[in-house]
Write a protein that binds this ligand. Structure first.
Ligand code: CFM
Length: 541
C-alpha cells in the first residue's frame, strides 16, 4: 500500500534546515504538482546555478558534450584535450553500446584518448601537444573525423582548439577535424555541453556527405544513445515495420550517417533536452520536420510508431506497423499482467538527467506503480512545463554563454518534406510538430517535482515518502540502499537493459518486480541508524 504523505509538509521539510536565502531559492525549484486543464499552473525554477555547498547530482558541460552527445559515435576519433583525470569518464562508463558493421570497421569507443596535459602545458600552452596528438592519431588510425574536446584548463589558459583544428585539417584534407569548446564551467550543468555539441555537429558535420540509405521511409532518430542496447531494440522494431533509420544521434551510429542526415524525410526526437537544438536547426536549413517520440514503455512505443507511420501516410506501412504492434504487445501483455499483480500500488521516485525522469514514469504506470516524486538534474523549464514556455524563459549570464546559431534555408539543399496542406492535415490529425509536453502535465496533482535534487533532499524523501523504489544514478545508489530501499540506476541501467521498445519493457517489468518484491531490503540497517551521527551547524546564514 502506498505511503500517504502530505506533499506540502514534505516541501517544508526539504527546505527547513537551509539558510534563509538558500531556502528561498530552493523553494522555487520545488513544487507540489498543480495542473489546470492539463497545463501546469505554476512556474518552476530550473537551469540555474547550484548553490555552493549543496551536494548536487549534476555533471559538467564537458560531460554533456563529449560523454553524452558525441560519445556513442564509434568512428569519430575523440581526443580529450586536458589533464588525464577528465578522460576517465570518456571511457564507456555510461554503458553506451555499439555494433560496427564488420569486425574490421573502425570503432574507437573502447579507447579513451587524451592529450594528458601536464603542468608544463598549463604554463606554456598545450596547442603543440594537441597537434602532436592529432598527428599520432592519424598515423595510427587514419579516421574520417576527429573531434577535440576542451576541458576546463584549456579555456583558462586560452589554447585555441579551433585554429588547431583548421591547421590540422589543412595538413590532412581528407580528415574532418573539429573542436568543441565544452570546458566544464561553460554552463550550470551538462546541459550547456549538449547545446555546444549540437551546434558543432550541425555546422561541421551534417550536410557534408551526399549519401542516402535505401528505403522509402527514411527517419533520423535524435536523442537516443544506446544505453544498455536500447538502440538495438529500436532498430529491430523499426526494421520489422519497414522504416529505415537513416542516422541515430548518436546510439550505435557512425560518422557518415551524421554527415548525410540531411537526406532523411523526418526527424523524431526522443530526448529533447539533449538534442532539440539540432532538430530545430535541421528543420530550418533542410526542411525536415520533427516531432517528439518516446520509446520508453510498450504503449508509448506503439504510439510513437503509429505517429511515424501516419506521417508517411502509406497504407501498407500503417498496416504493417499495426501488425507489428499487435504481435509485440501480445508478448508484452503476458509479462505485464503477471508483474502487475505484484507491483500494483507501489510507489517510485525518480531523479535523472533531463528526460528519463519523465519517460520512465510510463513504464512504471504500465505495471500499476505511481511516481510520487520526480525531477531532473539539469532540465530547463520547458522539460517540466512544455516547449511552449520557451519564449518566456529568462536568458541569464549562464545561458547567454552558449552560442545561438542563426540558421537560414539552405539555398540548394532545402526541400520541404510535405506541402503546407499536408502539414496542416497531419496537425489536425493530432501530430504536433516541433513540440513536447513536459513532465508536469502528466504527473498526479499531489506529486512532488524537485529540480536539481541533492543528497539532503534525497534523505528527506526516503524518510517521508518511503518509496518502494528509488531511481537515480551511481552517486545516490549506495546511500539509498543503506536505507533499505532498492535503487535502480536509470543512467547506466546498472548491468541491465535494454529497456526501450517492447523487449525493453519486458526486461524492465521483470527487473522492477525482482527489486521491489525481494525481502532482502528489510534486513538492512544503515550504519547511521545504529551508531550516532556527527552533526554540525552552518557557519553563516
Ligand atoms: Fe537525455 Fe540521456 Fe537524459 Fe541526457 Fe544524461 Fe543519459 Fe540522463 Mo545520464 S541524454 S537528458 S545527459 S536521456 S547520460 S542517456 S541517463 S543524465 S536522463
Amino acid at each position: 500500500m502506498a505511503n500517504i504523505f502530505d506533499p506540502v509538509n514534505v516541501k517544508q521539510e526539504l527546505i527547513a534546515e537551509l539558510p534563509v536565502k538558500v531556502a528561498r531559492k530552493r523553494s522555487k525549484q520545488i513544487l507540489v504538482n498543480d495542473t489546470k486543464d492539463g497545463e501546469p499552473s505554476r512556474e518552476i525554477m530550473a537551469n540555474v546555478r547550484t548553490i555552493p555547498g549543496i551536494i548536487t547530482m549534476r555533471g559538467c558541460a564537458y560531460a554533456g558534450c563529449k560523454g553524452v552527445v558525441l560519445g556513442p559515435t564509434r568512428d569519430i576519433l575523440q581526443i580529450v584535450h586536458g589533464p588525464i583525470g577528465c578522460c576517465f569518464y570518456a571511457w564507456l562508463t555510461r554503458r553506451n553500446q555499439t555494433r560496427p558493421a564488420t569486425a574490421d570497421s573502425p570503432n574507437y569507443m573502447p579507447y579513451a584518448m587524451s592529450t594528458d596535459m601536464q603542468e608544463e602545458n598549463i604554463i606554456f600552452g598545450g596547442e603543440k601537444k594537441l597537434k602532436k596528438a592529432i598527428d599520432e592519431a592519424i598515423a595510427l588510425f587514419h579516421p574520417k573525423a576527429i573531434g577535440i574536446f576542451a576541458t576546463c584548463p584549456v579555456g583558462l589558459i586560452g589554447d585555441d582548439i579551433h585554429s588547431v583544428a583548421r591547421e590540422m585539417e589543412a595538413k590532412y584534407p581528407d580528415v574532418n577535424i573539429f573542436g568543441f569548446s565544452c570546458e566544464g564551467y561553460k554552463g550550470v550543468s551538462q546541459s550547456a555541453g549538449h547545446h555546444i555539441a549540437n551546434n558543432k555537429v550541425f555546422t561541421d558535420v551534417v550536410g557534408t556527405l551526399d549519401k542516402k540509405k535505401d528505403g522509402a521511409f527514411l527517419v533520423n532518430m535524435l536523442g537516443e544513445y544506446n544505453i544498455g542496447g536500447d538502440a538495438f531494440e529500436l532498430e529491430r522494431v523499426f526494421e520489422s515495420c519497414g522504416i529505415t533509420l537513416h542516422a541515430t544521434f548518436s546510439g550505435n551510429s557512425e560518422y557518415d550517417e551524421f554527415a548525410s542526415a540531411q537526406n532523411a524525410n523526418l526527424n523524431v526526437v526522443m530526448c529533447h533536452r539533449s538534442i532539440n537544438y539540432l532538430a530545430e536547426m535541421m528543420d530550418k536549413k533542410y526542411g525536415i520536420p520533427w516531432f517528439k517520440v518516446n520509446f520508453i514503455g510498450a504503449e508509448a512505443t506503439g504510439k510513437s510508431m503509429r505517429k511515424i507511420a501516419q506521417y508517411f501516410g502509406d497504407e501498407k506501412l500503417m498496416e504493417k506497423t499495426e501488425a507489428v504492434i499487435a504481435e509485440e504487445m501480445a508478448q508484452v501483455e503476458i509479462v505485464r499482467k503477471d508483474v502487475e499483480t505484484r507491483c500494483k500500488g507501489k510507489t517510485a521516485v525518480m531523479f535523472v538527467g533531463g528526460s528519463r525522469a519523465h519517460h520512465y514514469q510510463e513504464l512504471f504506470r504500465e505495471i500499476g506503480m505511481e511516481t510520487v516524486a520526480a525531477g531532473y538534474e539539469f532540465a530547463h523549464r520547458d522539460d517540466y512545463e512544455g516547449r511552449k514556455v520557451i519564449p518566456d524563459i529568462k536568458v541569464d549570464a549562464d545561458s547567454r554563454n552558449i552560442e545561438e546559431i542563426k540558421v537560414d534555408k539552405d539555398p540548394t539543399a532545402y526541400r520541404p518534406r510535405k506541402t503546407p496542406e499536408e502539414m496542416s492535415a497531419l496537425t489536425s490529425a493530432g501530430i504536433r510538430f516541433g513540440e513536447y509536453e513536459g513532465m508536469m502535465p502528466e504527473m498526479a496533482p499531489h506529486a512532488l517535482i524537485i529540480d536539481d535534487m541533492n543528497h539532503h533532499d534525497m534523505e528527506v524523501l526516503i524518510e517521508q515518502l518511503k518509496p518502494d523504489i528509488f531511481c537515480a544514478g551511481v552517486k545516490e545508489k549506495y546511500v539509498v540502499q543503506k536505507y533499505g530501499i532498492p535503487l535502480k540506476q536509470l543512467h547506466s541501467y546498472d548491468y541491465g537493459g535494454p529497456y526501450a521498445g517492447y523487449r525493453g519493457a519486458i526486461n524492465f517489468y521483470k527487473e522492477i518486480d525482482r527489486m521491489v518484491n525481494t525481502n532482502v531490503w528489510k534486513l538492512i540497517k544503515a550504519p547511521w541508524h545504529e551508531s550516532p551521527q556527527l552533526t554540525a551547524t552552518y557557519g553563516c546564514e
